[in-house]
Write a protein of this length. Structure first.
Length: 215
């Protein structure tokens, strides 16, 4: 079974604008948070290469735990408690280390320093929410492909195209004649007359008087 994803005009622009904004903010916030963490770790016994790699142990934990939670949500499974605990631990650690980097400048300095960590975590979770929402919509459409507004049917024959055109012109108050149907769509005289009769009958509940086409 082929599943057609139905999107509203502008959906792709909204989605990708949100993704671009989230990624941009997360990149800047992650970089600032990384520098804060390196500064704190380096002056507390882990200078050099270890100090530069240490932030990966914190923010990487957030990413890894979030991916496990995302996988569980995508497959509609209960998320492991360990993933939730590790996510909470990673968020707590990254906020704490950023606060420590600015606490020497007072409460305001601590708040300013902590903001990049909160922005990074928040943006990453927003991105995961977008992915989860996309997965939910895909599952809903797979379960009920007929849901949502139907797509217009494309005529697959000259007779169907003639009938669709007649219905459209009838709705506009200026229906095509049987002769026009025969000429415009290359239909035989009998076929054009039958299409004309059928459409008008459906529109007013009874068959119209027969119409002939000049040879």
């Amino acid at each position: 079974m082929t599943v057609i994803t139905r999107t509203r005009p502008g959906d792709w622009l909204t989605r990708w604008t949100a993704v671009a904004a989230v990624l941009a903010v997360a990149a800047v916030a992650g970089w600032v948070s990384y520098l804060h963490c390196v500064a704190v770790v380096s002056v507390n016994g882990e200078p050099g290469t270890v100090g530069r790699l240490y932030p990966v142990l914190i923010d990487g934990l957030i990413v890894a735990a979030s991916m496990v939670l995302l996988d569980a949500a995508y497959h509609e499974e209960t998320a492991p408690r360990l993933a939730w605990w590790l996510l909470a631990a990673g968020i707590g650690a990254t906020v704490a280390v950023n606060v420590l980097s600015g606490v020497a400048h007072g409460p305001l300095g601590a708040i300013v320093a902590a903001w990049p960590a909160g922005a990074f975590v928040g943006c990453y979770e927003l991105l995961m929410m977008l992915v989860r929402a996309s997965a939910r919509r895909a599952r809903a459409e797979a379960a009920n492909p007929q849901a949502g507004p139907p797509w217009p049917q494309v005529p697959n024959s000259a007779e169907a195209a003639a009938e669709a055109s007649l219905r459209a012109t009838l709705a506009a108050g200026n229906p095509l004649t049987a002769r026009a149907l025969a000429v415009n769509f290359g239909l035989a005289r009998k076929t054009a007359t039958e299409v004309h009769r059928r459409v008008l009958a459906a529109s007013n509940g009874h068959a119209p008087p027969g119409e002939t086409i000049d040879a």
